[in-house]
Design a protein around this ligand. Structure first.
Ligand SMILES: [Cu+2]
Length: 276
């Protein structure tokens, strides 16, 4: 029988809580040593998902078959390859937000690649030059495709990074849902003329009030990406020591304690948290 350490168990719990790591990603983890990277399949799908109390939401978009888009893991300086397969009735592409990629891999239709129509695919291949937290999303009909769910987090690991006891990856975003749990109009002109049209339901990893486990006394690396199209977040950490270690994929010159630190759409925050 395999002996499971407490730490391994806790890591398993965190991974299960994040509910986004697909089989293909796991395959890639196993394939790191190989010269040719294993192809990560990212297939768009329209699914049903429970984003709030009450009825599940119809026509939620994701990569994969269920739940949020997977956390895509890459390694700094190592080749990465992914195949976008379009399973939805709307042309799409993938833009790797914040990663310095060759222009032809940047996912902007017509400018550098054709639309990927339903049933078609497009292969992306590049070597990320920088470590950090990034995110991915379509560059087509973005208000609808992103608004309905197509926003995922990318972690580019640096093999030279110090080890943490646990890592949490959090995808923060809103949804424009009515009382019946179904999508309502994506934006309202009178809101668009002010601060923007906010969602009605706020989630982390598609959950309204998520709770994640971490080892007591452990040093946790928290990676948060704001993949919302409108909302600005203010961060503070209660009940534990925390330091900002990176912003938007760049290490900060000097660590600081977040105190109502404001982070807007598209931005990423990395914290080191010492659990009580
Ligand atoms: Cu972007």
């Amino acid at each position: 029988m395999t002996a499971l350490t407490r730490r391994a168990l806790l890591k398993t719990t965190v991974a299960a809580g994040l509910a986004g790591i697909g089989a293909a990603t796991v395959g890639r983890l196993a394939g790191w040593a190989a010269a040719k990277p294993e192809l990560l399949i990212l297939k768009t799908a329209s699914i049903e998902a429970r984003l709030m109390d009450g009825a599940p939401t119809q026509n939620v978009l994701t990569y994969g078959e269920a739940g949020p888009p997977p956390v895509v893991r890459m390694r700094k300086g190592e080749p990465f390859a992914a195949r976008l397969i379009n399973g939805i009735d709307d042309p799409t592409t993938i833009h790797w937000h914040g990663i310095r990629v060759p222009n032809k891999m940047d996912g902007v239709p017509f400018l550098i690649q054709p639309y990927v129509y339903q049933g078609d695919h497009f292969d992306y291949a590049f070597t990320p030059p920088d470590a950090g937290t990034f995110w991915y999303h379509p560059h087509c009909n973005t208000l609808i495709q992103m608004g309905h769910g197509l926003t995922g987090v990318i972690v580019v690991e640096n093999p030279k990074d110090p080890a943490f006891d646990a890592e949490m990856v959090i995808n923060l975003r809103d949804w424009r849902l009515g009382d019946d749990g179904q999508f309502i109009e994506a934006f309202r002109p009178r809101d668009a003329a002010k601060a923007g049209t906010f969602g009605t339901v706020r989630t982390a990893n598609w959950l309204e009030q998520p709770q994640f486990d971490a080892p007591a006394g452990g040093l946790v690396r928290l990676r948060a990406a704001i993949t919302d199209v409108t909302r600005i977040y203010a961060f503070r950490v209660d009940g534990a020591e925390a330091a900002v270690i990176a912003l938007d994929g760049n290490p900060v010159p000097q660590r600081f304690t977040p105190d109502a630190l404001q982070i807007g759409p598209g931005q990423r925050l990395e914290l080191a948290i010492r659990m009580p």
